[in-house]
Ligand binder design. Structure first.
Ligand code: NDP
Ligand code: 8X3
Length: 250
């Protein structure tokens, strides 16, 4: 059997960890990346050599190159890139936001994502592979405090559609997934480690899980090669839309 190889960025928790498990359970080889190498060890142990850990900060292009250069031979032909690593930092309105947090989101969610995509495109074209980018509903619907996070995810949506256009005729598939609320470490990171704020957000909402999104990624990646999911938005049933706001002067 021809074993397929994926690289999943941000595999140390949440959607990325679940995606690594879903792909490996389905027989794929997976390069699992993240900064917290201790979180990758259980994945490596669970899959008998089919998960390769690559510990680096996605914002460090040199570290990315070193990780790619040191891949074992059998992990070198990458068929699927899952651009998942990302984060939101803060919920303050723009006028009170921290510029360093804005820059970290841009460096991680945009610059790192385009860098790894650029590095892997030649091989993906050669192998007629697939790219699945994780954006967010925050890229489509603005909300107070979403400012730069939403902006980075709007970039991911439009970059994905642009890639699809450029790759026309190459056989490479490009999909962007826009999840709504998924219970992961996302809110813990966004709030600077406030577990009670994270618990309060998710309590009673029956949010989506990392496994829900992982199953969707696996479905997209295993569709017949003539099918391309361009863009897919998912929410838990408990989440929907609210209206505009009005500031009254009197
Ligand atoms: P988690 O916080 O659970 O996971 C985020 C992952 O990204 C971790 O594995 C983390 O690894 C990795 N990561 C973050 N920064 C870096 C970095 N500089 N270098 C390397 N890896 C990094 O959150 P989710 O699983 O929820 O998030 C995954 C993606 O899904 C993100 O892009 C997020 O924006 C998106 N998303 C999440 C939603 C949600 O409600 N949870 C909804 C919509 C989209 P480590 O810290 O070990 O480096
Ligand atoms: C995460 C979804 O609505 O918390 O991308 O911004 S949201």
């Amino acid at each position: 059997m021809n074993v397929k190889t994926a690289i999943v960025t941000g595999a140390t928790s949440g959607i990325g960890e679940a995606t690594t498990r879903a792909l490996a359970d389905a027989g794929w080889q997976v390069i699992a990346t993240g900064r917290r190498g201790d979180r990758l060890a259980p994945l490596v142990d669970a899959y008998d050599g089919r998960v390769h850990p690559a510990v680096f900060d996605v914002r460090d292009a040199g570290a990315l190159d070193a990780a790619l250069a040191s891949l074992p031979d059998r992990f070198r032909g990458i068929d699927l890139l899952v651009n998942n690593a990302g984060l939101a930092l803060g919920t303050a309105p723009a006028q009170r936001a921290d510029l360093d947090q804005w820059r970290t989101m841009i460096d991680t969610n945009i610059t790192a994502l385009v860098t790894i995509t650029h590095r892997l495109l030649p091989g993906l074209i050669e192998r007629k592979g697939s790219i699945v980018n994780i954006a967010s509903v925050a890229g489509t619907y603005p909300y107070p405090g979403g400012n730069v996070y939403g902006g980075t995810k709007a970039f991911v949506q439009q970059f994905s559609l642009g890639l699809r256009s450029d790759l026309h005729g190459s056989g490479v598939r490009v999909s962007v997934i826009d999840p709504g609320m998924v219970e992961t470490e996302f809110t813990l990171v966004r709030t600077g480690g406030d577990q009670s704020a994270s618990d309060a957000l998710y309590t009673g909402t029956h949010p989506m899980t990392g496994q829900d999104i992982a199953a969707t990624i696996l479905w997209i990646a295993t569709l017949p090669p003539h099918l391309n999911i361009n863009q897919l938005e998912l929410m838990p049933v408990s989440q929907s839309f609210a209206g505009f706001q009005y500031a009254r002067t009197s």
